[in-house]
Design a protein. Structure first.
Length: 153
């Protein structure tokens, strides 16, 4: 059995802004026209984050799914509503206990379709300081320069 995975949206800033410690795959609870918008690539997770207010449920906050144009105004969805994430209880408790530690958060990394279902990859993350970000930029520039040097020869 092959799993067909189609990546819809990436959060490229997440690895620059945070140290990613552990990743999880979660399902998304969607309303009517949201899945059609996701299949059309109309989703943004750049400003999104995951909140676990009571240790019982995980919510995706501030993600934007554009309204589906072919759906009427009555059947369409609110673009920035909070969406419930489907995770196992043990995973939710693990995330909840880790985000209570100062500096830890949960960020979405990518949204993809797996066998026709919308999934989101989230990561337990710790915020980087400014000097960590500068080190990341320096390492990236050094790798780019060495790549250029080997390509020229």
């Amino acid at each position: 059995m092959t799993e067909a995975i189609k990546i819809i949206a990436n959060n490229r800033k997440a690895s620059f802004e945070y140290f990613l410690m552990e990743t999880f795959e979660a399902g998304l609870v969607l309303q009517g026209s949201e899945i059609k918008s996701i299949r059309a690539g109309q989703i943004s997770i750049q400003e999104a984050y995951v909140d676990i207010p009571n240790g019982q449920e995980a919510w995706l906050i501030e993600s934007h799914i554009a309204p589906y144009e072919q759906a009427g105004t009555f059947f369409n969805h609110e673009p920035k509503r909070k969406r419930r994430l489907l995770l196992h209880k043990k995973q939710i408790l693990e995330l909840f206990n880790n985000i209570r530690i100062k500096g830890n958060t949960v960020v979405p990394l990518k949204v993809y379709l797996k066998d026709g279902r919308a999934k989101i990859e989230i990561a337990l993350a710790k915020g980087k300081k400014a000097y960590d970000k500068r080190a990341t930029i320096a390492k990236r520039d050094e790798a780019r320069d060495s790549e250029r040097a080997t390509r020229v020869r």
